[in-house]
Design a binder for this molecule. Structure first.
Ligand SMILES: CC/C=C\C[C@@H]1C(=O)C=C[C@@H]1CCCCCCCC(=O)O
Length: 139
């Protein structure tokens, strides 16, 4: 605590803003042919700093189609200089989403919190997403 008797906070919050570049993704189309529940989208992509000038990491994961025209359920791990952060949650076809941070390693061991996924305007043929991690860590 401090000299006024306030208790010391037992957690700290860290914001990590990244831009994901989709460079490696693959759709496994389970029957029936075409977009249907059970299709799996796997990916292994690049993570850039928030200025979108320097690659700072990579990610890998997958999304399972659960509601055609509406949503996927996803899990992926970000690999950063000082550790991993794993998330789980929805990807919506037509709106931005928030995923739960389920854990981490290294500097992010015991991580909690959430990640906001944002759509970005990019040139034709390129796909990028904003990943804003709001990480809650023990002191
Ligand atoms: C084009 C989607 C490629 C990669 C997957 C994304 C990623 O890297 C992190 C989350 C995204 C999940 C995308 C779910 C499926 C989106 C399909 C969009 C489309 O085909 O237009």
């Amino acid at each position: 605590g401090d000299e006024n008797g306030a208790p010391a906070p037992d957690t700290k919050r860290v914001t990590i803003e990244l831009v994901e570049h989709v460079v490696n993704e693959s759709l496994t189309d389970h029957p029936p042919m075409g977009d249907s529940a059970g299709d799996v989208l796997t990916f292994a992509n690049q993570l850039f700093n928030k200025e979108n000038t320097t690659q700072v990491g990579t990610d890998q994961g997958y999304c399972l189609r659960v509601d055609v025209g509406k949503s996927f359920e996803c899990t992926w791990t970000a690999f950063l200089a000082d550790g991993q952060i794993t998330v789980n949650g929805p990807f919506f076809d037509t709106k931005e989403s928030t995923l739960s941070i389920t854990g981490g390693t290294g500097a992010y061991a015991e991580a909690d919190g959430y990640m906001e996924l944002g759509f970005r305007d990019t040139p034709m043929g390129t796909v990028e997403y904003d990943f804003v991690y709001q990480v809650i860590l023990p002191y």
